[in-house]
Design a protein around this ligand. Sequence first.
Ligand code: PMP
Ligand code: GLN
Length: 378
Amino acid sequence: PTSKLPDIGSSIFSVMTGLANASQAINLSQGFPDFDCPEQLVQLAAKYMHEGFNQYAPMAGMPQLRHQISLKTGKLYGYQPDPETEITVTSGATEALHAAITAVVKPGDEVVVLEPCYDSYVPVIRLCGGVPVFVSLALPDFSVDWDQVKKRLSSRTRLIIINTPHNPTGAILTRQDMDILANLINSTDILVLSDEVYEHMVFDEQEHYSVLQHPGLRERSFVVSSFGKTYHTTGWKIGYAVAPAPLTAELRKMHQFITFSTATPLQLAIADFMDEEAHYLELPAFYQAKRDYFIAQLQASRFEFIPSAGTYFQLARYSNITAEHDLEFARRLTTETGVAAIPVSAFYHDKTDNKYLRFCFAKSEETLKAAGERLAKV
Ligand code: PMP
Ligand code: GLN
């Protein structure tokens, strides 16, 4: 039988974590914390399981959780989406992205993708028969060249996917970027899918600017977030999508046949824990301290870097060290040096190699220190 995704193997996250485990390397590759989520969250989940909340949740998500998402969105971004018609709880942001893309992309539709990009977007576009139209972010700061984007728009463009703060580069989009994007698509039917899973990880006094803050964009956008990132619970796989009612209706048609609904007791636990606003208000400082600790370790190495503006990833350039392709170097760094990272070429459709590795700093200081000592010797 012919494959529907002939060019796709195991994701780079599975590959590098597998190699890290096999080599007993320090794993700074796949993005996940090596510390636990708040104890209260675990207790709440256990409580709801003991109380018997163990059957299907409503398809769109537990009402309590949608209500909390609506309040929080109103408070942070000045727009309170309707929990009934504009918020859908999904099995991680991955499912929200899948449902949003499959809801709107038809065969032959073009989707603008800014590279490097998170690895789940393009395969879904292709499964829909859509045509990804690639625009590279501009080195060295990975900013968006909106003139390039403009040139790539056509009468067949259906969707533009953006991601801020950006995985893998840590770059963030500003209000000005959003204004330019809004002007570009103002007089078209082009929709936006905004992946904002790292919304609470923005550093150096900068602020996350959400598509939900922009009336002109909000009315034509899916905005996706993930509790996995915000609450150190990547293994819970709870995320959500916010979109205007007509787009939400289409997204839910997909969601109901992908998973139908998402783990009931985990949704209830998160809904209660969302009252602890301090948790996400303190997240920027929490992760900035980790970034600063990690880059202090990197100073002693031959890696070159610009401090990450957001996410829990730091890019580092290694052209001073070797001319190897980044996948080769990442493998060797894992097996010989004992530190695993993600080769950034994995985020380009043609495996463009700009000699960057991505390190995840969502780790204890002990882990970061040990990794830093090894990296300093490379
Ligand atoms: N988008 C981006 C940019 C991500 O980094 C991730 C997590 N790796 C996801 C989506 C998926 O999030 P989740 O784990 O909630 O499915
Ligand atoms: N989002 C995480 C990363 O970028 C990994 C997610 C996954 O393993 N699928 O590393």
